[in-house]
Design a protein around this ligand. Structure first.
Ligand code: NAD
Length: 357
């Protein structure tokens, strides 16, 4: 298997965690005889410093010519005085838009070894393994017209979806569910919103093509409660843009640390993979960054761009194994002894190499 990967490490802890993510990818390539090519490209604050823009055209064009884009994180306090359109984060927003992915995948997994890190009781988080599939290009965040009339003290946003937009993201959810526990929970507010009624009717239609997958509908308000009470009841959770933004963040409490969460955005010209966390300037350069979110993001690259399911699973199992052995970075150590970023990465790599043999 050949894979050309654009590596946009970015700012702060971005390069620190991305180095650990590419190390596991290199191990998978070496063990399986795969050819993975890495093209390192500037983005964010680093790109502003060296090229005067958060997303140089070369970064965008070369990324578009790759099979996958692996991001670290962007953001640097020294650019805080710049207008939003010139700040490091503008580079991230632009590349997300240009790559055009419409389905944002965010796993929310409970690791038994980290049960005490979640504010939820261990018996509630036990066996939780949810995959959020959030529609990313439509709904309230992009709907027109949108305006704020400050004199009239009135503002307006538009929630709009076409059946085609719902169909394409629903298909992603059902296809992923077929490879998991074969259940899709579609979230809407169909008791109030016409957009949600269209959403529900369209998802029902798509479901007919996947008779092996069980479909249930949940209203977004009750879903927010179920996620905290009975999260293990869910497998794939399909949502529109705004509801998915809120619910996937809420479910972050199940895993217990921002540094543990991976994500992928698929369906566009090139898939984009990034840990959920930001550049964490407060801990950059201290060795306190947890690389596991970035390493789990590398597993998603293999699963969704390389079709290498066994290798993706080997990375995820290696992460579980190092946690079971008691290894902790500062964010998940709960005041106890912790290892540095590179030591955590090396421990996962050692586990992985045994599994890949
Ligand atoms: P952040 O995610 O960078 O950090 C929030 C808190 O979590 C901090 O205390 C940080 O130390 C901790 N944290 C984050 N990732 C961690 C990790 N891997 N290991 C251990 N601890 C970790 O969010 P923020 O502080 O709100 O933002 C910092 C900068 O990052 C800002 O410039 C922001 O705009 C940017 N940002 C970028 C992205 C992205 O690139 N995708 C996402 C969010 C924020």
């Amino acid at each position: 298997m050949k894979l050309k990967i654009a590596v946009l490490a970015g700012d702060g802890i971005g390069p620190e965690v991305t180095a650990e993510a590419t190390a596991v990818l290199r191990a998978v390539a070496a063990a399986g005889g795969h050819t993975f090519e890495y093209i390192e490209l500037p983005v964010g604050g680093t790109a502003i410093t060296n090229f005067g823009t958060p997303l140089p055209d070369k970064t965008l064009q070369e990324s578009l010519a790759c099979d996958a884009v692996l991001m670290g994180a962007v953001g640097d306090n020294k650019f805080n005085a710049l207008p939003p359109s010139e700040r490091p984060e503008a580079g991230l927003l632009k590349i997300r838009k240009e790559l055009g992915g419409f389905a944002n995948l965010r796993p929310s997994v409970a690791y038994p070894a980290l049960a005490e890190n979640s504010p939820l009781r261990a018996e509630v988080t036990k066996d939780v393994d949810i995959l959020f599939v959030r529609e990313l290009l439509g709904g309230l965040y992009f709907g027109e017209p949108r305006w704020w009339d400050k004199e009239k003290k009135l503002a307006h946003n538009t929630m709009v979806y076409s059946a085609d937009e719902v169909t394409r993201v629903a298909k992603v959810a059902f296809e992923l569910a077929q490879k998991r526990k074969k259940k899709v929970t579609s979230v809407d507010k169909a008791n109030v919103l016409e957009v949600s009624q269209l959403w529900r009717a369209t998802v029902d239609e798509v479901a007919k093509g996947y008779p092996d997958v069980k479909l249930e509908h949940q209203l977004v308000d009750s879903m927010a409660i179920h996620l905290m009470n009975i999260p293990r009841n869910f497998d794939v959770v399909l949502t529109e843009n705004l509801f998915g933004d809120i619910l996937s963040d809420e479910s972050g409490v199940i895993t217990g640390s921002l540094g543990m969460l991976p994500s992928a955005t698929i369906g566009g010209k090139v898939n984009l993979y990034e840990p959920v966390h930001g550049s964490a300037p407060d801990i950059a350069g201290t060795g306190k960054a947890n690389p596991l979110g970035a390493i789990l993001t590398a597993a998603m690259v293999l699963r969704h761009s390389g079709n290498l399911e066994a290798e993706a699973k080997a990375i995820e199992d290696s992460v579980t194994a190092v946690l079971d052995k008691g290894l902790r970075t500062a964010d998940i150590a709960r005041g106890a002894a912790f290892v540095k970023t590179g030591e955590m990465g090396k421990a996962v790599l050692d586990e992985l190499n045994t599994r890949l043999k």
